[in-house]
Design a protein around this ligand. Structure first.
Ligand code: HEM
Length: 534
């Protein structure tokens, strides 16, 4: 960095300060008024009280007092970068989305990586899921693919999300642990939620301690749909594959790095991009139809399941390159607002009950966090294509409709009109029937894919999973919770269960867990435990 010599002048008290000269701009208030002295408040005499007249003092302190906004309720700690997405070939056969029509098409992108559980000031190398949220500024509006570095999730229905997040974050009475899952509340919830077992295998694996953001995969997790110009729909799973490959650190390395450099992942991304080593990922698609979906025992709407790539390879369709750091962390990385419901025509949702719930949650949370329905006026969130609507007013309105008409239809010939051709098509609902609250039978197998994942790991990776489970459960103080978790492991892999049970000092092994969700009756002997409804 260049060090500039500054002109120094003496203030009223004789102290030296820097003064504007030549090309150095004059310091002003937010209202643009030039400031003569930024070192001393206005006061009565040399040792008297400060004066309310000092509008510069009041504005400066007032603004400082209001600098903080709420941190994200989850994924609070994150780091972002700008770049672009480049389409390899036309995907017009599958989707009408403009960004996929032409080979070589480049779409501007902003990506934010994050940990899930820790607070904003927590350390980077926690054992945790990593967020991988991508905003693509397409010519048909923003497309947010708000994914993670693990292809499945803890729960099958968004109504469980507040419970899951409450359980993983710091316990409400003691306010710790701040950034790790090794505690009773988390494992209590997990032990009572068999649907989380597949995710738990991933989270206890090396995937949850990535070497850096540049060596991680990303996944859209849910099944989405692509829709072409004829209205034909294809199911799709989205994968981001890092050009550098996958790498993790070992747990003992993670523990040391967290102590020595809590910003390890941030620093890595900053240094790589500043040095011109632009990280790159390929977008790969698993595309399939209804018949293929029906060929599985599990449900493709269940976000705790993957479609193995051995069965259905993921087709590379483009690349994402990150080549520029934000100029300002708060303005861009903190204020960016990702929302799963941001999709362009040609990309659509499936009936995955987790995805559908997310489509409500993200809009709602942005209002709380950013404070105004006009958060789309913040440059990082604004579309980069032409846009016209009649939304107006509200806090911090930067762009109101111009002219007389702020409604439609109108007789003034003013303002935008809808376009059935350019806009979203409508689908018939796939399901009809009574309003019900239930989990379908097709969502009931919680262990097969957990086992499949465990078996797919190398012996060293399997040892890491056993060690992670042992470490985590050794921090759990309530014996019945440890036993319940191990009883689930019995359904995944008996050797794994025995290894963990032995290291935890179990005298005898528990019976394999009942796969069904616990009922009120099952829980009766432990009235202190929360109750999960069937
Ligand atoms: C934030 C991913 C499930 C609610 C995030 C972020 C990611 C993410 C990557 C951080 C976005 C950023 O960097 O700004 C996922 C994935 C999920 C999932 C992959 C499951 C497949 C859910 C569910 C809900 C939810 C079920 C609620 C029903 C939220 C909220 C935020 C968030 C409220 C904070 C957003 C903000 O303040 O900007 N999620 N999430 N998520 N997620 Fe999720």
């Amino acid at each position: 960095a260049q060090i500039h010599d500054q002109k120094l002048v003496r203030g009223n008290g004789g102290e030296l300060h820097q003064a504007a000269e030549g090309e150095t701009p004059i310091l002003t208030t937010a209202q643009g008024g030039p400031v003569a002295d930024d070192q001393n408040s206005l006061r009565v005499g040399a040792r008297g009280p400060l004066l309310v007249d000092d509008f510069h003092f009041r504005e400066k302190i007032f603004h400082f007092d209001h600098e903080r906004i709420p941190e994200r309720v989850v994924h609070a700690r994150g780091y972002g970068a700008h770049g672009f997405f480049e389409t390899y070939e036309s995907l017009a056969a599958y989707t009408r989305a403009d960004l996929f029509q032409r080979a070589g098409e480049k779409t501007p992108a902003f990506v934010r990586f994050s940990t899930v559980a820790g607070n904003k000031g927590s350390f980077d190398l926690a054992r945790d899921v990593r967020g991988f949220a991508v905003k693509l500024y397409t010519q048909e509006g923003n497309w947010d693919l708000v994914g993670n570095n693990i292809p499945v999730f803890f729960i099958q229905d968004a109504i469980k999300f507040p419970d899951m997040v409450h359980a993983v974050k710091q316990e409400p009475d003691r306010a710790f642990p701040q950034a790790q899952s090794a505690h009773d509340n988390f494992w209590d919830f997990i032990s009572l939620t068999p649907e989380s077992m597949h995710m738990i295998m991933w989270v206890m694996s090396d995937r949850a301690i990535p070497r850096s953001f540049r060596f991680m995969e990303g996944f859209g997790v849910h099944t989405f749909r692509l829709v072409n110009a004829k209205g034909e729909s294809t199911f799709v799973k989205f994968h981001w594959k890092p050009k550098l490959g996958l790498q993790s650190v070992a747990w003992n390395e993670a523990v040391k790095i967290n102590g020595a450099d809590p910003d390890y992942h941030r620093r890595d991304l900053w240094n790589a991009i500043q040095a011109g080593n632009f990280p790159e990922w390929e977008l790969c698609l698993q595309l399939f139809d209804q018949d293929f979906a029906d060929s599985f025992d599990f449900d493709i709407l269940d976000p705790t399941k993957i479609i193995p790539e051995e069965v259905l390879p993921a087709k590379p369709v483009g690349r994402l390159v990150l080549d520029r750091m934000p100029e300002n962390f708060f303005a861009e990385t903190e204020q960016v607002a990702f929302m799963t419901q941001n999709v362009p025509p040609g990309i659509d949702f499936s009936n995955d009950p987790l995805l559908q719930g997310r489509n409500f949650s993200y809009l709602d949370t942005q209002l709380k966090r950013l404070g105004s329905p006009n958060f789309t006026h913040i440059p990082i969130n604004a579309p980069k294509c032409p846009f016209h609507h009649f939304q107006q007013d509200g806090h911090m309105a930067m762009r109101n409709p111009v002219g007389r008409a702020n409604y439609q239809p109108n007789s003034w010939g003013e303002g935008p009109r809808e376009s059935p051709v350019a806009g979203f098509p409508h689908f018939l609902a796939e399901e009809r029937g009574q309003k019900v609250r239930l989990r379908p039978e097709s969502f009931a197998d919680h262990y097969s894919q957990a086992r499949q994942f465990y078996i797919s790991q190398t012996p060293a990776e399997q040892r890491h999973i056993a060690a992670a489970l042992t470490f985590e459960l050794s921090k759990v103080e309530t014996p019945v919770i440890r036993e319940r978790v191990v009883s689930h492991l019995m359904n995944i892999d008996e050797t794994l269960a025995n290894t963990v049970g032995e290291k935890l000092g179990f005298q005898s092994m528990p019976k394999p867990a009942d796969a069904a969700m616990p009922t009120r009756q099952d829980l009766e002997p432990s009235p202190a435990l929360s109750i999960v409804e069937r």
